[in-house]
Design a protein around this ligand. Structure first.
Ligand code: ATP
Ligand code: MG
Length: 478
């Protein structure tokens, strides 16, 4: 059967069906049933689709929310990033500034070290030189690499590295002390040296920074000044000696007059005897020997005056102070009698010898007796007394801590007031009328005593008097 005949058969059957109403209605119901089922399926599918849509919407919302959160987060993170960037930029700027400041500070410090006139030496803890500045090279004449690695004591005279480090370990820095550096040429350079310990963060000693100043010029100047001072002191001593000489001349006229008078009397009697032609040879010899004695006495006085005024440098000799004191008293005894002042001496017989310049010590004694005399004259008392005593002291009682001789010159002129006592040894301090005192007596006396390694002290009691005490060291035995 072909296709056309099949279609025709179907149509015929359908027309037959239409012609059967029962069958037709059953078909319609079947059809309706089927369509209802289709509808239900469509509804179910629709509901499912709607549920699906609902769920998807919720997911979408959640996704949207999450997206928003992420966006917020991103925004915040961006802001944090920006802030971090700004902070980073600031830190970088700051670092740059600090680096610049550090460079400047380093350059400044380098500059200071380079232009320092003081020598700067950096040492390792064992005393090895680790660094030096330009001044070290300039003053000592070494190249830097000749110094790096050697021990500091090899360029110091008579210094042990341990000495420097020993004191540093105790006190962190050395007080300035004088040390002598050796230049490459072997010259000695005196310097003022100080060192300070450099410690690391764990307090361990990293090294020592030493600073030394070349003081050779200053030393030379000091020497020159000392020399000049010596000269001017010598001049002052000399001028004060002339002062003391003045004191002597005042009393010496009596000293000279006495032998001259004796000579005069003897020669007068001789003259008379010659004229009368009645001299006996033995008497004549006796007279001539008396004249000779007196002439010797005169010569002795004149010779002493000559020696006393002689401008000489200090001549130290072993001597006993008693002899010097007796000599000084000789000139004063006559003069003091006129002033109604009693001069007594109580000189120890067992005194040790002293190394002294007799003229200078005599100058001191003359000054002190002259001062006591002037003070007594001021008092107008007529029982004035000047007493000179000498005795020895042993090392336990001597102010010098060794065997010494003590000279005490005591007066009863009423003592020295506090305000005078304070200035008494100052040069040119005097309470005497112009032309009467230069105020140099005691300052020169002090200088002379100190040059003899001794000391001069004053004990004074108001209302009574003063006691000038000179202690001089005895010559050490052996
Ligand atoms: N024994 C003494 N008693 C009281 N005052 C004294 C005594 N010795 C010194 N002085 C006082 O000390 C002062 C200083 O004495 P210093 O010998 O130095 O000088 P000066 O006697 O005044 O003068 P110069 O000795 O040079 O002629 C004296 O002016 C006097 O005031
Ligand atoms: Mg005087």
């Amino acid at each position: 059967m072909n296709k056309t005949s099949e279609t025709t058969k179907g149509l015929l059957e359908e027309m037959l069906g239409l012609l059967d109403p029962q069958k037709a209605s059953l078909n319609i119901i079947d059809d309706l049933d089927r369509k209802n089922k289709d509808l239900e399926a469509v509804q179910t599918a629709y509901m499912k689709f709607m549920d699906d849509m609902d769920r998807k919407n919720r997911d979408l919302e959640a996704a949207q929310k999450a997206f928003m959160n992420i966006m917020d987060d991103m925004e915040r993170k961006n802001r944090d990033l920006e802030a971090a960037q700004t902070a980073y930029m600031n830190i970088m700027d700051d670092m740059e500034l600090k680096n610049k400041e550090l460079d400047e500070a380093r350059a400044y410090a380098d500059n200071i070290i380079r232009s320092m006139t003081e020598m700067l030496i950096v040492l390792a803890p064992d005393g090895t030189i680790k660094g030096v500045n330009k001044a070290v090279r300039r003053v000592l004449g070494y190249d830097e690499d000749e110094l790096i690695g050697i021990k500091i004591n090899s360029i110091l005279v008579g210094e042990e590295t341990e000495d420097i480090f020993g004191s540093l370990a105790k006190q962190e820095f050395t007080v300035q002390s004088e040390k002598i550096f050796l230049t490459k040429k072997g010259e000695k350079i005196p310097s003022l040296f100080s060192g300070a310990v450099m410690r690391g963060s764990s307090k361990n000693i990293q090294g020592i920074v030493c600073v030394a100043r070349d003081i050779s010029e200053r030393k030379q100047m000091e020497e020159e000044i000392k020399e000049k001072l010596k000269e001017s002191t010598a001049q002052l001593v000399q001028s004060e000696k002339l002062n003391a000489l003045g004191e002597m001349i005042a009393s010496i006229s009596h000293e000279l007059k006495q032998p001259l008078n004796v000579i005069k009397i003897i020669s007068q009697s001789l003259e008379i005897d010659i004229k009368r032609n009645r001299f006996k040879p033995e008497e004549l010899t006796g007279n001539i020997s008396d004249i000779k004695k007196q002439v010797d006495k005169l010569s002795e006085i004149i010779e002493h005056m000559r020696i006393f005024t002689r401008k000489s440098s200090t001549v130290m000799e072993k001597n006993c102070v008693n002899r010097v004191i007796e000599q000084a008293c000789k000139f004063f005894s006559q003069q003091l009698k006129i002033y109604n002042i009693e001069l007594t001496t109580d000189l120890g017989s067992d005194l040790p010898q002293i190394l002294l310049d007799p003229i200078q010590i005599e100058q001191v004694i003359v000054n002190l007796i002259g001062n006591a005399r002037d003070a007594l004259n001021e008092t107008e008392r007529n029982d004035g007394r000047i007493a000179i005593k000498t005795h020895k002291t042993d090392s336990s009682t001597s102010l010098l801590g060794r065997e010494s001789v003590v000279i005490e010159i005591t007066d009863n002129a009423g003592g020295i007031p506090e305000h005078v006592l304070k200035k008494i040894f100052e040069p040119f301090f005097t309470t005497k009328a112009p032309g009467k005192g230069t105020g140099l007596g005691l300052s020169i006396s002090k200088k002379i005593v100190e040059n003899h390694r001794g000391i001069i002290a004053i004990e004074t009691k108001g209302g009574e008097g003063s006691n000038f005490v000179i202690t001089l060291p005895a010559i050490a035995e052996g």
